[in-house]
Design a protein around this ligand. Structure first.
Ligand code: FAD
Length: 401
């Protein structure tokens, strides 16, 4: 195994580093500084800031690095995309907006969309002129995605859609959504589902936002009431949308670059442990905490190499398949343990939220602790389901349900 990068990749890394060093000087003083008050992530000011930064990344050719040039991408390799993600995290720089568009909708359209869909949607995903949401889950169908009830009936050149989606992240500001609907209620469950592109501004779409328990991130209920979607918005074949969706989730499961973010957290905790005393000793001297911290570092390194293994599979054009679940389960549960560790070393003050004058780092640790309960082990499909997939498709055990 060769972990060295080619001269071309190293040159790209230098270009990214140079660009970040130059442009991060323009970031507002509150960026990355929990002690300096900044805007709420849901505020217009924060939104303005994120789009301004996105535009800079986009103009520099750092959005859609591995996407084809003809649709607005850079036409570079997945390794360069991974290098970019790594440098962004290492510099603690903000990322691009339109996470669902760039991470899931776009790659699905590239893989399974029509030429018209590619031309129509891909450039505006990258420029963030159009923001995307993912409307797969429903109140009665999350883990069991094949159980969706939202119904689409053909009427002339359109599908007419009725139903409810929940939770649908970023829907209140989305222009488009990737949508799963049931088009054949009589077919076997997995074979009667279609994958559509939904105009969120179409008549009959109602969005009702709510907040998760971390207080910061919002999510939405989406109601679809006789919404007309042109048949040209079908991705892949009618009734085979479940398999297109599995491809989308595969992109989700093979995301790279989170390990540097974990290293940042561990380094911040080391600083906190050195400056926090308990019983007259800095926490960095506590033998049990040192053991735990070392374990977190080991897990971070293991995940880095698992990520590289997935990247190797992708570069060879192999489906990352059920094996990607190994890394996802490990990363999801391990970030929860790390956040739990952070709250324990900070002590009761770690439970104070932003706004309290005694909150440590302006409530950063409480927020990230609460956020870690959602996306890492539930958001992209619960870890129990991923373990089921590993049991069946990696270990060859029989289906249990
Ligand atoms: C922060 C967050 C953001 C999200 N964003 C989006 C989004 O943008 N778009 C979208 O479409 N969805 C989104 N989701 C939904 C997410 O995909 C679902 O929550 C998830 O698939 C679980 O479905 P559920 O909530 O209905 O739980 P359920 O399916 O009801 O599961 C409840 C519990 O039972 C367990 N369970 C269920 N079936 C089995 C089984 N067969 N074997 C073992 N255990 C089982 C589950 O693991 C889970 O612990 C988001 C969720 C979260 C938490």
């Amino acid at each position: 195994m060769d972990f060295n990068y080619s001269p071309q990749e190293e040159a790209f890394r230098r270009e990214v580093r140079g660009w970040l060093a130059e442009n991060m000087r323009e970031l507002p003083p509150w960026w990355g500084r929990p002690d300096v008050p900044g805007p709420d992530v849901d505020s217009d000011e924060y939104r303005h800031f994120s789009f301004w930064w996105h535009r800079k990344l986009y103009d520099a050719g750092f959005v859609g690095i591995a996407w084809p040039k003809e649709y607005g991408g850079r036409g570079a390799t997945l390794i360069e995309q991974a290098l970019f993600n790594e440098e962004l995290a290492r510099h603690r720089a903000p990322g691009p907006v339109n996470v669902i568009g760039i991470g899931w909708a776009g790659p699905t359209i590239i893989a399974a969309g029509t030429e018209e869909q590619k031309k129509r949607f891909l450039p505006k995903i990258l420029s963030a002129e159009e923001i995307w949401a993912q409307a797969f889950s429903e109140p009665g169908a999350g883990s069991d995605l094949a159980g969706i009830q939202t119904r689409a009936v053909e009427d002339g050149d359109d599908f007419v859609v009725n139903g409810q989606k929940w939770p649908t992240g970023a829907a209140e500001r989305a222009d488009w959504a990737i949508l799963l609907v049931r088009t054949d209620p009589d077919a076997p469950r997995h074979r009667g589902i279609s994958y559509l592109l939904l105009d969120m501004h179409a008549p009959g779409v109602t969005v009702r936002p709510f907040r998760w328990m971390d207080g910061d991130s919002s999510n939405c209920e989406v109601f679809l009431d006789n919404v007309r979607i042109p048949k040209t918005m079908l991705v892949g074949k009618k009734n085979l949308g479940f398999y297109v969706a599995m491809g989308t989730l595969e992109f989700e499961r093979s995301q790279l670059g989170a390990t540097v973010g974990r290293e940042n957290i561990i380094n911040d905790l080391i600083r906190t442990m050195k400056r926090t005393e308990r019983d007259g000793q800095p926490l960095s001297q506590d033998p049990v905490l040192r053991q735990e911290l070392a374990q977190h570092w080991i897990e971070t390194k293991v995940m880095k190499y698992m990520g590289l293994r997935m990247l190797t599979s992708q570069l060879k054009g192999e489906a990352t398949g059920p094996k990607a679940n190994l890394g996802f389960v490990m990363a999801g549960e391990s970030i929860q343990r790390l956040q739990d560790f952070a709250i324990r070393i900070i002590g009761p003050y770690g439970q104070l939220a932003r706004g309290s004058k005694h909150a440590v780092d302006n409530g950063r640790w409480l927020r990230s602790y609460l956020t870690s309960r959602g996306v890492p082990t539930i958001g992209g499909g619960p870890v129990e389901i991923k373990r089921n997939i590993i049991a069946m498709r990696v270990l060859g055990l029989p289906r249990s349900y």
